[in-house]
Ligand binder design. Structure first.
Ligand code: ZN
Length: 464
């Protein structure tokens, strides 16, 4: 199995450090808002990586953090006149709703920064004791000139990085690339006691601390979005390798950028989409499928047309599953002919090719092409005369391979547009005084978890 390693810029053979256990850390969301589709791409891709390891028989310890204290959370909590804790709790819940809908499995542990403050403080202390960090007016900074390999992940030397560094508020720090490990508290900010006074952790230190705590000093894989390579992951390496005297991550995986209609996604360009924006219009499995139709390291372009293409592609897969299930209902329970026995083996070959694509740095695009080849073969060669044993065999392989991609063809819940259509139908029935029909639609919606409320200004609905 080969994985492209950002650190060496090469595809390398992957063998875990311990037997069949894969220790994997993925940088999680900062929980001050709904996740956007760029975040979703990373979480879907690395969930697929995890699923493939599990399919191959590895045990995956998967840790994904929640950044639940930082400037953005503090600012937003002030704007909304609430606490940082309440805001974080709310958006962690929303994260899980989105992740569940996209088939992203729960991590083995989802540590929160604010629940690991003691460990973070100890980690910072260690860096000071070892001479890698210094205290400055209640802040603690990492001295990037002390770590000789600083820049090894982003493949830049420290002078280039220093020249490009943004001049920040604290001009007193020793080098422009030095970064904050611990921030002194300002008035009105949440804070914790520390040897350097009241304050809160910087962002980079939480990942070093929590990955060491839950997975040990050396990770098999550390993964995240492309914008994290520098400075976040570079800084994580500097912290962890200085504190632990051990290699931090053996493999670094980063996804490519996601663009919208060939432009960078940004709120100011009005082309910013949350997962919720898309899944209210499309089956979440279609969004997941879309994200996996490109190789994870390539940039992916997101547009309405491309999503529509994915929707029809996904439907071809799910119709095949429906057809096979339907055929099974009446399939003949008879022995396979010699010809059928030979034909059955063709599906082992499809499976082998799917695995070959995934073994080559998780090439989901090629793996999906194999599924479509299977669809064409099934549609041509499987029908009402096919024996039960053959249909079961093919369906089993098809579902197993799909589940590696996190696709289960589950009964889809109603999307916003479908709900609106049903509400309109109910309104028409009511106008025609067809109460039985109106009640039937209401009950149908209720069964699907949608509650209606008749108000003077019209019908309102919500998910219950
Ligand atoms: Zn991180």
């Amino acid at each position: 199995m080969k994985i492209y390693n950002t650190l060496t810029r090469k595809k390398e053979e992957f063998v875990p450090l311990n037997d069949n256990i894969v220790n994997m850390y993925v940088c999680g969301p900062t929980v001050y808002n709904f996740i956007h589709i760029g975040n979703a791409r990373a979480f879907i891709v690395f969930d697929t990586v995890r699923r493939y390891f599990e399919y191959k028989g590895y045990k995956v310890n998967y840790v994904q953090n929640f950044t639940d204290i930082d400037d953005k959370l503090i600012k937003r909590s002030h704007e909304e006149n609430t606490t940082v804790k309440e805001l974080a709790d709310r958006y962690i819940e929303e994260y899980f709703k989105d992740a569940d809908s996209l088939g992203i499995k729960r991590a083995t542990v989802h540590p929160r920064a604010t629940e690991n403050i003691d460990d973070i403080i100890n980690f910072v202390k260690k860096l000071i004791d070892k001479g890698f960090a210094y205290v400055l007016n209640g802040d603690v900074y990492y001295d990037t000139t002390k770590f000789k390999e600083y820049g090894k992940l982003s493949h830049k030397n420290i002078d280039e990085l220093k020249a490009g560094a943004r001049i920040e508020v604290n001009e007193d720090k020793k080098n422009p690339t030095d970064f904050v490990l611990w921030k002194a508290a300002k008035e009105g900010e949440p804070s914790w006691d520390s040897p350097w006074g009241k304050g809160r952790p910087g962002w980079h230190i939480e990942c070093s601390t929590m990955s060491t705590k839950y997975l040990g000093k050396t990770l098999d894989i550390h993964a995240g979005g492309p914008d994290l390579i520098f400075p976040h992951h570079e800084n994580e390496i500097a912290q962890s390798e200085a504190a632990n005297d051990a290699e931090f991550a053996r493999f670094w995986m980063h996804i490519g950028y996601l663009n919208i209609n060939n432009e960078k996604m940004s709120k100011s360009k009005n082309n910013f989409f949350t997962v919720r924006d898309i899944t209210s219009q499309y089956d979440p499995e279609v969004l997941r499928f879309f994200m996996l139709t490109s190789h994870y390291r390539n940039p992916i372009n997101f547009s309405h047309d491309l999503l529509e293409q994915s929707k029809s592609g996904f439907l071809r897969l799910s119709n095949t599953v429906d057809n096979l299930r339907h055929l099974l209902d009446d399939a003949l329970d008879r022995e396979l002919s010699d010809e059928e026995k030979a034909y059955k083996e063709k599906y082992d070959e499809y499976k082998r090719r799917f695995e070959e694509a995934m073994d080559d740095d998780f090439n989901t695009a090629d793996a999906i092409s194999v599924l479509f080849e299977m669809v064409r073969d099934i549609n041509t060669n499987i029908d009402g005369n096919s024996p039960k044993e053959l249909i079961e065999y093919i369906l089993d392989i098809f579902l197993k391979l799909s589940s590696v991609l996190g696709i289960s063809y589950k009964k889809r819940e109603l999307l916003d547009d479908e709900i609106k259509k049903l509400i309109e139908k109910r309104e028409e029935a009511r106008k025609a005084k067809n109460w039985a029909e109106a009640d039937k639609i209401r009950d149908e919606l209720k069964k699907q978890g949608i509650a209606l409320e008749d108000t003077p200004s019209g019908v309102r609905w919500k998910r219950i």
